[in-house]
Design a protein around this ligand. Structure first.
Ligand SMILES: [Zn+2]
Length: 405
C-alpha cells in the first residue's frame, strides 16, 4: 500500500472573530482537505508531550512516529543531519538565525525572509572572521543556518527568537554555563553584518536587514531507529527545511532537496509534488512538509495564513490525491498539521491538532472528490474538534496504528 503524509506546518489555530468564530482551517477554501475529511476520518492527536516546548522539532518527530521524550536532544542536531553535516561525538550544533534587532528589540527572526543566496556570503564572512578549527558556520536555507562547535557549550538555556518577537534582545540572551562565549559570538557578528555589501543592497531596497546572529536550539547528535525497521517502510521526505529533512535522513529515508523549495509562500509546489510522486513510484512512503502556514502564523497575518492553507490544499493536497487515485491501487492518505501557530499568538501552541486519514481508492471514476463531495458538500469539516475537543492520544502512538506493519 502507498502511504502519503501531507503536513501543513502550523495550520492549526484558534477561532477568530474576523472569521465569524471559525478557525482559519474552518474558514479557508480547502475543497480537497474537506473532501478527504468527509470520505475518511478526522481526529485530534497530541504532538507535544506534557512539559515539552511546542517547537516544530518536537511536533514533527511526533507526527513522524517518534516519541520526542526518547529521541529529542535539541533542534540544531536534527537540522545538521538535514544539511548533511556529520556531527562528531563532542560536537554541539547550534541553530544560527540571521535576525533583525531594532531599537534593541527583536524585530524579525527571519530578517524579512532573507534568501539563501543573500545569506551565503554573510555566513562566509562570519566564518572568515569568527570561525576557527572546531568552530564553523554552515549555510542552510533562508535565514536558518547552523554553527557546529566542537566541545561547545551545550548546557545552557537558549531562547528561539521567534518566541520573543518585539521583546528586548538583551533580556533573552543565552544563560547558563559558558554563556559569555555564546553571547560573544552573537555580539561579534554585529559589525560583520553591518558592513556587509548584501546588507547595503537590502537597505537600499528598503528590505529588513539582518543585524546579528542569534544562537539557539543547541544539542549533541542524536540517532533515530530506521523507518524500515520500525514500520517496514522505505521512502522519502520532501521539505524545504533542514529540520524535517533531518528527521528523514536520521531515520534512513531519502530527503533530497527540491530546487526552488523556499519554506515560504513562494515555494516550488509543483516541484515538491513531482518529487513526492516520483518517490511513490519506487517506494511506498512519502512525507511532504509545507512550511508556509507556520511562517504566516508567526507574522500574525491572517490573510496570508488563509492563502498559505488554501495554496497547500490546491497545489499539494489536490494533485497528490488525484495522482494516488489514478494509480488505482490501495493507498492511505494522511493530512495533518504538526502544531498550531495561531495568528493571534504569533507563536506555536501545544494544544492537540486535527489529522485526517483516507483509505483509497474511493472512486472508480478517477475523480475522487466527486463521491465525497456529493456525500458531504463543501461543509465537510477538517478542523471540527477545535472547540474544546479532546485528543485521542499521542501522535506517535497513533501513527504506528496507521503506518505500522
Ligand atoms: Zn511547525
Amino acid at each position: 500500500m502507498k502511504i502519503a503524509v501531507l503536513i501543513g506546518d502550523g495550520m492549526g489555530d484558534y477561532p477568530l472573530q474576523e472569521l465569524g468564530g471559525k478557525t482559519p482551517l474552518q474558514a479557508a477554501a480547502i475543497p480537497n482537505m474537506r473532501a478527504i475529511a468527509a470520505a475518511g476520518t478526522v481526529r485530534l492527536v497530541n504532538t507535544i508531550p506534557a512539559g515539552m516546548s511546542p517547537g516544530s522539532d518536537v511536533a514533527n518527530l511526533s507526527i513522524m512516529g517518534f516519541d520526542p521524550r526518547k529521541y529529542y536532544t535539541g533542534r540544531a542536531p536534527i537540522e545538521a543531519a538535514g544539511a548533511g553535516i556529520v556531527m562528531g561525538p563532542r560536537d554541539i550544533a547550534f541553530r544560527c538565525n540571521l535576525i533583525a534587532v531594532e531599537a534593541e528589540r527583536i524585530k524579525d527572526h527571519s530578517s524579512g525572509h532573507i534568501t539563501t543566496e543573500e545569506a551565503r556570503p554573510m555566513i562566509a564572512a562570519l566564518n572568515e572572521r569568527l570561525g576557527k578549527p572546531g568552530l564553523a558556520f554552515h549555510v542552510s536555507a533562508g535565514y536558518r543556518h547552523l554553527l557546529i562547535w566542537e566541545n561547545g557549550p551545550g548546557e545552557l538555556m537558549t531562547i528561539p527568537p521567534h518566541d520573543v518577537l518585539g521583546q528586548p534582545a538583551a533580556k533573552n540572551l543565552p544563560t547558563g554555563a559558558r554563556q559569555d562565549e555564546v553571547r560573544h559570538l552573537m555580539e561579534a557578528s554585529k559589525p560583520i553584518l553591518a558592513a556587509h555589501p548584501v546588507n547595503a543592497a537590502r537597505r537600499k531596497a528598503g528590505k529588513t536587514v539582518p543585524t546579528q546572529i542569534w544562537l539557539w536550539g543547541q544539542g549533541r547528535r542524536t540517532t533515530l531507529p530506521a523507518y524500515r525497521d520500525l514500520f517496514g517502510l522505505t521512502g522519502s521526505v520532501i521539505s524545504a527545511v533542514d529540520l524535517v529533512r533531518g528527521i528523514g535522513k536520521l531515520t534512513g529515508l531519502n530527503a533530497e532537496t527540491v530546487p526552488g523549495a523556499t519554506g515560504f509562500l513562494d515555494t516550488n509546489y509543483a516541484g515538491k509534488v513531482k518529487a513526492a510522486l516520483n518517490a511513490l513510484d519506487h517506494d511506498d512512503f512519502v512525507f511532504v512538509h509545507v512550511e508556509a502556514p507556520d511562517e504566516c502564523g508567526h507574522m500574525g497575518d491572517l490573510k496570508l495564513k488563509l492563502k498559505a492553507i488554501e495554496t497547500f490544499d490546491r497545489e499539494v493536497v489536490g494533485p497528490i490525491w488525484r495522482s494516488l487515485e489514478a494509480m488505482r491501487q490501495p493507498y492511505r492518505l494522511i493530512i495533518a498539521t504538526d502544531h498550531r501557530t495561531p495568528v493571534a499568538v504569533r507563536n506555536h501552541t501545544a494544544e492537540p491538532v486535527p489529522v485526517a486519514v483516507l483509505n483509497g481508492p474511493v472512486s472508480n471514476t478517477g475523480l475522487p472528490s466527486r463521491s465525497a463531495m456529493a456525500k458531504h458538500g463543501r461543509e465537510a469539516p477538517f478542523d471540527e474538534f477545535v472547540n474544546g475537543g479532546q485528543a485521542s492520544g499521542m501522535a506517535f502512538e497513533w501513527l504506528k496504528t496507521q503506518i505500522g506493519n
